[in-house]
Design a protein around this ligand. Structure first.
Ligand code: G6P
Length: 369
């Protein structure tokens, strides 16, 4: 087992550090920005159906559901196709509306999650075209779907999903860019800019991983906290949910993720000098709004840990701790901004003596309903 961990103390840490490579593997043979090449070989026969879809429904559970939320923003933004993201367990039990030509996409690391599988079977029986975004080759979901795209992220052993999440985002971004380019809902120059940017993501993640030591220090400061709040807006809202889930799963600290603007409708009541609030506050279209949200938390004496873009100057004056990540396009930011949150949950869990790779009560793949 020590050999399999490749010198890391836990599989989770190994998998976090593997991400520059797992994302490069995910894009290998699919993306070549200088040639303007972007292909997803696994989606071939249904490529037109996907491009012309009137509606896309995404079904997933857990971290994969968070990847689906990011996909909703990207597909609606670039492809102008309405997207609904459903918990598979809710979708399947509520007589969902599926119309001819609807596309249902399942996102699953294991390809074996019982609820996701059952949701797909239901959608298939109602005439939907079902596609899979799956890591485990030959898994049940990959077998029942009409077509799909594998993650090629390699086996993920840690129960808390890390490299599968970023590979899911990578595949979903490639899928959205393919659709948008075919449909003409994105300009040629924006398309090329995003291809180039996507190709640079492994290097940017590598850089984001440099914050590891700084995060250890922050973790030591907050390891005994009883609650955490994670806030973000736009593309970074699902990242806030994912950061909170990672912390709950492995450190057993209660954590909530919220859209930053919704804070006023509840979570703000929880804020006092004891409450750590993690903001994902990178430079994007909602940046100014997030800065005001940070001020609102500071006015109530909350402790702010902010994930910011390199070169940030304003938030440094307000937040208690700032963690810098490299700049990228707004739509690709979750790939980078999630990295410090994975590390934060990891180090806090280790410092609390938790079994990081096999947290209590959780399973890597939930094959019961
Ligand atoms: C379990 C795992 C999570 C995972 C979820 C969905 O809860 O512990 O890490 O996100 O199942 O799994 P899937 O394999 O369908 O992505």
């Amino acid at each position: 087992e020590a050999i399999e961990k490749g010198g890391y103390e836990h599989f989770m840490l190994k998998e976090i550090f593997e991400q520059p490579n797992s994302i490069a593997d995910c894009m290998r043979g699919r993306l070549k920005a200088n040639e303007g090449k972007l292909v997803l070989g696994g989606i071939h026969e249904y490529a037109n159906a996907l491009t012309n879809a009137q509606r896309i429904v995404i079904v997933a559970c857990g971290t994969s559901w968070h990847a689906g939320l990011v996909a909703e923003y990207i597909i609606e933004d670039f492809c102008r196709i309405p997207v609904e993201v459903e918990y598979a367990s809710e979708f399947r039990y509520r007589n969902p509306i599926i119309n001819e030509g609807d596309i249902v996409i399942a996102i699953s690391q294991s390809g074996e999650t019982a609820d996701t599988l059952a949701a797909l079977e239901l959608a298939k029986s109602k005439g939907a075209i079902i596609l899979g975004v799956v890591n485990a080759v030959g898994s049940s979901i990959s077998r029942i779907t009409h077509e799909g795209a594998y993650l090629h992220a390699g086996p993920e052993i840690g129960v808390a999903s890390t490299k599968a999440f970023t590979a899911q985002l990578t595949v979903l971004i490639m899928m959205a860019l393919r659709i948008a380019h075919r449909k003409g809902t994105i300009t040629e120059s924006k398309y090329h800019e995003l291809l180039v940017e996507l190709e640079s993501i492994p290097a940017k993640i590598k850089k984001a991983l440099d914050v590891n030591d700084q995060i250890k220090e922050i973790s030591a400061r907050f390891k005994d906290a009883r609650n955490f709040i994670y806030l973000g807006r736009g593309y970074n809202f699902p990242v806030a949910l994912e950061g909170a889930l990672k912390l709950k799963e492995i450190s057993y600290i209660h954590a909530e993720g919220y859209p930053a603007a919704e804070m006023k409708h509840g979570p703000i009541a929880l804020i006092d000098e004891e409450m750590p609030v993690v903001f994902i506050a990178t430079r994007d279209s909602s940046y100014e709004k997030v800065v005001s949200n940070i001020q609102e938390v500071k006015a109530r004496k909350g402790k702010v840990i902010a994930i910011v873009t390199e070169g940030e100057e304003t938030i440094n004056q307000i937040a208690d701790f700032v963690i810098e990540v490299p700049h990228t396009s707004e739509a690709l930011m979750p790939l980078v901004s999630v990295i410090p949150l994975q590390l934060l949950s990891y180090h806090i869990a280790v410092m609390r003596g938790c079994n990081v790779d096999q947290p209590r009560n959780l399973a890597k793949s939930v094959t019961v309903e």
